[in-house]
Design a protein around this ligand. Sequence first.
Ligand code: NAD
Ligand code: ZN
Ligand code: ZN
Length: 346
Amino acid sequence: MRALRLTGWGTPPELTEVPTPEPGPGQVLVRIAGAGACHSDIHLMDWTAEEAPPAIAPPFTLGHENTGTIAALGAGVSGWSEGDPVAVYGPWGCGRCRPCRLSAENLCERTGELGGLGGGLGFDGGMADYELVPDQRLLVPLGDLDPVAAAPLTDAGLTPYHAIKAALPLLVPGSTAVAIGVGGLGHMAVQILRELSPARIVAVDTTEEKLTHAKQLGADAAVLSNDEAAPAIRELTRGVGAELVVDLVGAQPTVELAGAVVRSGGHIAVVGIGGGAVPVGFGLLPYDATIAGPYWGSAVELREVLALAAAGRLRADVERFALDDVMTAYEKMRAGRLVGRAVITP
Ligand code: NAD
Ligand code: ZN
Ligand code: ZN
């Protein structure tokens, strides 16, 4: 089969021919329908060995946002049939610790001992014709969802869902939520805010095209990301600031913007892996403001995201690319020219 392999840090990935895996006991082979291209893949391609998270080591196949149909079941796997449409839950934990038993494998206590964070993140992922999933507990039924359009729900949908759900008590009527960076994750964040809260939604990005897209998806206001963004957002909030700021870029200018527009008692979720930092300490942020760096989400939350999509209330806007054209998708993302999510259809 074909697979997009990251063979070392700081080198571009290669589309190569590898043996199609055979599922061992307890494992499941998934024929990939859709593999979302995440900006984290670009970080993976760019990181030096020093910058890369120690829990991940090449070589491995990229692609951590995957859907497909069951191609083969390993010995002892029951309750599933060949052909079943599935989403692959992406963070692969030990399956035994307390967070894993609560379905929050994103917070597994044994991360670091396992050899990777998930398929496409240390283990072989879904930018390939097939993905080997190590355990059926990592599969979620897709139902009638379009398997290609559903792929981004597993990360671009789940990650902002997890970040926003934690802050919902702040989002009372009259409140404001700011989404910085309305790309793959951010265009889902706008919809999740629209569906889960009465907050007024402010989208921030660098191009009018992205802001128009965010408005079509439910943003009430849109602000270009520049020096005037903070005063503009403060003015929109009567000078008080926003109850929630979800930073889906995480670069220095965007975390500084988040710090400048969060209100007292508000919350900043830094989702983007842009390396930015804000100082934390008494008086450095507005009183009682909290800040978190949320990572992905739980398998139960993924079911909730899929249910929201099945109800027609959340959708990924996707541009489809053949596996042979995968690098075109990443180049478009790098240039900021993708609207929504690129999904590879092997
Ligand atoms: P993307 O490229 O699809 O979207 C990023 C968006 O941010 C684009 O629309 C871009 O125009 C915009 N942007 C860039 N610089 C900006 C700035 N200075 N101000 C405002 N907007 C700006 O990327 P994505 O796949 O949505 O990923 C977003 C980030 O989230 C990446 O850093 C990715 O690695 C990270 N991520 C984190 C998690 C997690 O669990 N924490 C999960 C998935 C992705
Ligand atoms: Zn991702
Ligand atoms: Zn665990």
